[in-house]
Design a protein around this ligand. Structure first.
Ligand code: PMP
Length: 410
């Protein structure tokens, strides 16, 4: 497997921060992309150029800069539409991130369509962002939340999902890829079954979007949420894809400028989607930065990115599995992008602190997914997650770092 082109990622050079030497003069080994991806120079320069010479508010003025910036902002929307194969740019709503996208849909869909006795289905492997908004709704609407269990190997109990579906199911909201287990769920099959039962489907694509091509038309989901910052774009920008006819039916979730056709002191008339869901000044440069990240990724090709990353992932997974006394959380057949683990007699916090001393950045904790962490029998784990800039050299450093941890804490 140790092919030269995989040793150091050919794309590493595009990421200025990865030249850094950090703690103890160690070169940075960044293995925390699942929390947030680093930014390529191309994106940084696009944002800087925008602030330096193109910046103005959008959808407001008819002065030159405002019109140009509106065109830049809307062009980013079209890039995202094409990137995920949505049918229209009107189906792309800009949000602050995946969390806001999921809250938006919980609020708006919940307000319009959910009533006492209705059921929604989520899975045990959800991030808190796809659990808590539904719990808030449950309090308000007296609905029930059904939870798809997870097998010991970290795969979804699909049969249990089928059994949970009923005429009472109004929504299925599920992660495409778990941020703790790396499990990739069969979202297309899930969507078909949910639709057959008359339910709508939301996919939390926060992790999946970074690692493989996404085609919302092929999945046929009703909503798809993700954050820009995990896709090599700035923070403060996310996307909610929604099927256009449904978006027309849903009420807005915030009121303010830009989301109305007209306002009198008695009544307002909402704008059409996506504007209906984008009250106030949007994160303009962040959206343009997301468009730039997509341009950058398109030059690589998501299929190529996926093939490259799978090689790195398989190597990391294999090497970690071979370490005695190390237990991996989740060994589902469909898995990618990240590995979480615990070690006999060594606290995850200590592992991560010692790795940090070697310049190796991994995440530690419950990864904002406490239920699945506990289901795996632990309260915290370490997580190494890869991006397009990681090569086999990073995996080697991680593995030798873990052996050093073992030596130090015997
Ligand atoms: N869902 C999943 C699966 C995630 O991994 C994350 C981020 N860790 C989120 C939702 C929330 O994303 P954000 O914090 O960017 O809103």
């Amino acid at each position: 497997m140790a092919n030269k082109e995989y040793e150091i990622s050919p794309w590493k050079q595009d990421f200025p921060i990865l030249d850094a030497t950090i703690i103890n003069k160690n070169p940075l080994v960044y293995l925390d992309t699942a929390a947030s991806a680093q930014k390529p120079k191309y994106v940084l320069e696009a944002c800087l150029k925008n602030y330096e010479s193109e910046y103005a508010n959008v959808h407001r003025g008819i002065h030159y800069l405002s019109e140009e910036e509106t065109a830049n902002f809307e062009a980013a929307r079209i890039k995202i539409q094409k990137f995920i194969n949505a049918k229209s740019p009107n189906e792309i709503i800009f949000t602050r991130g995946a969390t806001e996208a999921l809250n938006l849909i919980a609020y708006s869909f919940g307000k319009k369509y959910l009533k006492e006795g209705d059921e929604i289905i989520i899975s045990l492997m959800e991030h808190h962002a796809n659990i808590v908004p539904w719990q808030i709704l449950k309090e308000e609407k007296n609905i029930s939340i059904k939870v798809i269990p997870v097998y010991d190997d970290g795969s979804l109990n699909y049969d249990a999902f089928l059994n949970l579906l009923s005429p009472k199911t109004k929504l299925v909201s599920i992660t495409h890829m778990s941020n703790v287990l790396g499990t990739i769920n069969p979202v297309k099959k899930i969507t078909t079954e949910a639709h057959n039962a008359g339910a709508k489907v939301i996919i939390d694509g926060s992790q999946a979007i970074t690692h493989f091509p996404i085609d919302v038309s092929d999945i046929d989901c009703d909503f798809f949420a993700f954050s820009g910052h995990k896709l090599y774009a700035p923070t403060g920008i996310g996307v909610l894809y929604g099927r256009e006819n449904i978006l027309h039916e849903l009420p807005p979730w915030q009121g303010g400028g830009d989301m109305i056709k007209s306002v009198t002191m008695e009544k307002s008339i909402w704008a059409d989607p996506p504007a209906k869901f984008e009250a106030g000044t949007p994160p303009i440069v962040q959206a343009i930065g997301l468009g730039a990240a997509i341009d950058y990724l398109n030059t690589i090709g998501m299929q190529n990115l996926h093939a490259f990353e799978q090689t790195i992932f398989n190597n990391m997974y294999y090497e970690l599995k071979n370490i005695k006394g190390l237990k991996i959380l989740g060994n589902a057949p469909e898995k990618g992008g990240l590995v979480s683990w615990v070690m006999e007699k060594i606290h995850p916090q200590d592992i991560s602190m010692i790795l940090n001393q070697m310049g190796i950045a991994v995440r530690v904790g419950h990864h904002c997914a406490q239920p699945i962490t506990e289901r795996m029998g632990v309260s915290a784990s370490c997580r190494a997650s890869i991006g397009i800039y990681n090569g086999l050299n990073d995996v080697k450093k991680l593995i030798s770092g873990i052996y050093k941890v073992k030596d130090l804490i015997k």
